[in-house]
Design a protein around this ligand. Structure first.
Ligand code: URA
Length: 212
């Protein structure tokens, strides 16, 4: 597994506003969108391309275009949905699939409750969107889900990660797949409820409000 922590003053600034409990949902959503676009620049660094012949007003030349099969962007519902526009802004030709995963608050295990993905992901570059890499359970389950369908090249885009979750993810994934994790910051630790510290709270609730 390869970890990329985006060290950039704009990322650090926007993340600080995001962490602030005074930041209300509309601003929070906007900042997540902007942050993901900044992370997407790094996350797509190895997107597959092919040569493409074009004619400029002056001459013909060989340029570059994103190769087929198109990359697949997969937000993990619900909080990953808040990252979708920021990602597809940089990758507008990507296909979008969905994975619904919920954390069991007792066991912290990830439970899949919905999926809308192609059955065959052989040769597809996949980009998983999940704002909080906390215990790692959800991401491991999502990567295995893609892996079972033939994907081998998976990049997870997260806002925050906990060292514990990164460790568990690394042990669980090992060298089985080409996995890259792109994050805005690695925080201190997890608390006893599985929340990232200092973190930003429940990302889904802060994006969309509390749903009982
Ligand atoms: N999920 C969240 O939304 N926040 C955390 O801190 C951990 C998991």
């Amino acid at each position: 597994m390869r970890l990329h922590v985006i060290d950039h003053p704009l990322v650090a600034h926007k993340l600080t506003v995001l962490r602030n409990q005074e930041t209300a949902s509309p601003t929070f959503r906007l900042l997540v969108d902007e942050l993901v676009t900044l992370l997407a620049y790094e996350a797509t660094r190895e997107v597959r391309t092919e040569p493409h012949m074009i004619t400029t007003p002056v001459t013909t030349t060989v340029g570059t275009r994103i190769a087929d099969p198109r990359p697949l962007v997969v937000p993990i519902l619900r909080a990953g949905l808040g990252m979708l526009d920021g990602m597809t802004r940089l990758l507008p030709t990507a296909e979008v699939g969905f994975l619904g995963m919920q954390r069991d608050e007792q066991t912290f295990e990830a439970v899949t409750y919905a999926n809308r993905l192609p059955d065959d992901l052989t040769g597809r570059q996949c980009f998983l969107l999940d704002p909080m890499l906390a215990t790692g359970g959800t991401l491991i389950a999502a990567i295995n889900f893609l892996f079972d369908r033939g994907a081998r090249d998976v990049t997870a885009v997260c806002l925050l990660a906990a060292p514990e979750g990164l460790d568990i993810l690394d042990k669980a994934i090992g060298d089985r797949v080409d996995v890259k994790v792109v994050v805005a910051a690695v925080d201190e630790r997890l608390d006893e409820n599985g929340y990232i510290v200092p973190g930003l709270g429940d990302a889904g609730d802060r994006l969309y409000g509390v749903v009982d």
